[in-house]
Design a protein around this ligand. Structure first.
Ligand code: S3P
Length: 441
């Protein structure tokens, strides 16, 4: 474990490029592996989670390489063309790898064994096992549908219509990816819109997919099975979830001005930026454009005194990974910030509701917390700090509390910086380059 400590910092300034989007990077390897031909990917996130996905698809017969100019290529084997791996597939810390790969494997007539690290082995897989079993795959897992597990794909996948019981892009994607192997149309109904990178990328690869809005704001998504996916080049935007860390750091550190170019602005992902604006952040977008089927923009963010708000509950899926760092912004704000409809935080890399509340309290912040809500009482710029936060193998907990240390009266320590490698390998370098005082203990 690497202890890291963040201390009160002067104004953060500069222009920094945040690494590629994690969700899109995973999908580029997955769909590239199932397409015919060579997909070239620019801006792939080279974090541990995406490398776990790449290792899994290599083990199943795809050719995935990094080239000298930094681009990656994926030579696919076509839908249904993956081979049985010789060994257990280790998904490391990555829930997206595990759940989406289970969807893909459900449509392959092979047997695979999956495992993951201490965090991933605690996370529920029943949410994908249930619909994928309906489609004909069989599973043997530890109690409660947890890894390690064995999946045996179906020789003939049944197309189904599945209404998501929770707002989850991973479950939606798992069913749609299994549907690629089915004869006929597979439909997923989501009552709350979740990130739609799978849908966009399938269209980009020539798949047949329709998205119909339904009453109440959700979508009915239908994929036609057994298409021929054709390799298509991709440019991965910078990850809005990673951008949220320097963005919040700049918003709360007096005198700051930070520019973050080419950040993914997909509306199913960008809720944090609207929320920061609602709290009074000085955040502007420029150079808005579409790259590789995804909206992107440059973000400029300057310090401003933030005020607590009630975050609209319906916005939760579009910023689900950003609540930990939002809680830090809320601690620095004046007044209270109310967050509701966030029960899904309990099944992320850690129980983020409990771990965020514990970390805030350890640093002198008053927090109220229920099964699916949290209220942070802002200090109006006087976060006491001085605490040590247990990160529970959760990269976003590590980064969030390091951001908090930049403005607190006493330094904030995290017990483990290693998990940051999963999604934002150059976080330390990038933040210190802006002027943040973060260093190993
Ligand atoms: C992801 C979906 C979300 C998110 C995760 C990435 C994806 O998970 O929290 O970091 O790439 O599909 P859920 O589907 O569990 O909400």
């Amino acid at each position: 474990m690497t202890f890291l400590r963040a201390s009160k910092s002067q104004n953060l300034t500069g222009t920094v490029t945040v690494p590629g989007d994690k969700s899109i990077s995973h999908r580029s390897i997955m769909l590239g592996s199932m397409a015919i031909g060579r997909t070239t990917v620019k801006g792939l996130l080279e974090g541990e989670d995406v490398l776990s996905t790449a290792a899994a698809f290599r083990a199943m017969g795809a050719t995935i390489e990094k080239h000298e100019d930094g681009t990656w290529t994926v030579d696919g084997v076509g839908i249904g063309g993956l081979q049985e791996p010789d060994d257990v597939l280790d998904m490391g810390n990555s829930g997206t790898s595990a759940r989406l790969i289970l969807g893909i494997l459900a449509g392959h007539d092979i047997t695979c064994f999956l495992t993951g690290d201490d965090s991933l082995r605690k996370r529920p897989m029943g949410r994908v096992i249930n619909p994928l079993s309906e489609m004909g795959a069989t599973f043997e897992s530890r109690a409660g549908g947890r890894l390690p597990l064995m999946v045996r794909g179906a020789a003939d996948v049944l197309p189904i219509t599945y209404e998501l019981p929770m707002a989850s892009a991973q479950v939606k994607s798992a069913v749609l990816l299994a549907g690629l192997s089915a004869r006929g149309k597979t439909t997923v109904i989501e009552n709350k819109p979740t990130r739609d990178h799978t849908e966009r990328m399938l269209t980009h690869f020539g798949g047949e997919i329709t998205v119909e809005p339904i009453e109440g704001g959700g979508n009915k998504i239908t994929v036609t099975g057994q298409p021929e996916l054709t390799a298509a080049d991709l440019v991965v935007p910078s990850d809005p979830s990673s951008a949220a860390f320097p963005a919040v750091a700049a918003a709360i550190t007096p005198g700051s001005e930070v520019v973050l170019p080419a950040i993914g602005m997909n509306p199913t992902r960008s809720g944090i930026f609207q929320t920061l604006k609602d709290m009074g952040a000085d955040l502007t977008l420029s150079n808005e454009r579409i790259e590789g089927g995804e909206p992107v923009a440059d973000i400029t963010i300057r310090h401003a005194q933030l005020t607590g708000i009630e975050v609209p509950e319906e916005r939760a899926p579009s910023m689900i990974d950003e609540y930990p760092v939002l809680a830090v912004a809320a601690a620095q704000a004046s007044g209270k910030t109310v967050m509701r409809g966030i029960g899904e935080l309990r099944v992320k890399e850690s129980d983020r509701l409990a771990v965020v509340a514990e970390g805030l309290r350890a640093n002198g912040i008053t927090v109220e917390e229920g099964e699916d809500w949290m209220i942070v009482h802002g200090t109006g710029g006087k976060i006491p700090g001085g605490g040590t936060v247990t990160t529970h193998l959760d990269h976003r907990i590590s980064m969030s509390f390091l951001v908090m240390g930049l403005v607190s009266e006493k330094p904030v320590t995290i017990d483990d910086g290693q998990p940051i490698e999963t999604s934002f390998p150059n976080f330390l370098e990038l933040m210190t380059g802006l002027g943040a005082d973060i260093a190993p203990l």
